[in-house]
Design a protein. Structure first.
Lengths: 113, 112
């Protein structure tokens, strides 16, 4: 069974803290993605990685960075968390190609106080 | 550029009645289209996908969708709603490169 796991389901942080969200997939997928999900806005792409050490900005990269040192792991970093980054964060992975299904993790609900 | 519009933010049906969730898309080339479902406090799950094969696509749990190029639509249907279908549904189009573009979601409520 395919699996995408995220390090935390719920996270509470303070404004200004550095926050790491981790995502691991066991399907040997080349592509990995970070989205944030907000009510009424759907999912918006933050960053994606099409291979190890490769990354591309998505639609809303401001305030975020990413790291992909190994194929199975894709990390999202909030350098200095702010209250407007309170959201649900979803990680996904996919094999190469635009028609392939993306597999999603369960999400991390981040609250920044 | 690709985009997707879900025409209803909320749909309410009674158990046993048909479900119709509407989606229009815009794409400069032949798109791949998906419907995902998200149950409360659960991850996103693929319901079905269209990738330029048959225009009528059957998915899991009795859902299906029809790709209509002339209408740029990809509406999701189910003949008879079940209480367990209550969830949020996302219409998705493949974007440039490898990204997916999500609609804003339709919340389906099912009453007994």
């Amino acid at each position: 069974d395919v699996k995408v796991t995220q390090s935390s389901r719920y996270l509470v942080k303070r404004t200004g803290e550095k926050v790491f969200l981790e995502c691991v997939q066991d399907m040997d997928h080349e592509n990995m993605f970070w989205y944030r999900q907000d009510p009424g806005l759907g999912l918006r792409l933050i960053y994606f990685s099409y291979d190890v050490k490769m990354k591309e900005k998505g639609d809303i990269p401001e305030g975020y960075s990413v790291s992909r040192e190994k194929k199975e792991r894709f990390s999202l970093i909030l350098e200095s968390a702010s209250t407007n980054q309170t959201s649900m964060y979803l990680c996904a992975s996919r094999t190469m190609g635009t028609s392939g299904e993306q597999f999603f993790g369960p999400g991390t609900r981040l609250t920044v106080l | 550029a690709q985009s997707v519009t879900q025409l209803d933010s909320h749909v309410s049906v009674s158990e046993g009645t048909p479900v119709l969730l509407r989606c229009n898309y815009s794409s400069s080339y032949s798109p791949s289209l998906f419907w995902y479902v998200q149950h409360p406090n659960k991850g996103l799950q693929l319901l079905l996908k269209y990738t330029s094969a048959a225009t009528l696509v059957k998915g899991i749990n009795g859902f299906e969708a029809e790709f209509k190029k002339s209408e740029t639509s990809f509406h999701l249907t189910k003949p008879s709603a079940h209480m367990s279908d209550a969830a949020e549904y996302f219409c998705v189009v493949s974007g440039a490169g490898t990204a997916l573009i999500f609609g804003k979601g339709t919340t389906l409520s099912v009453s007994s």
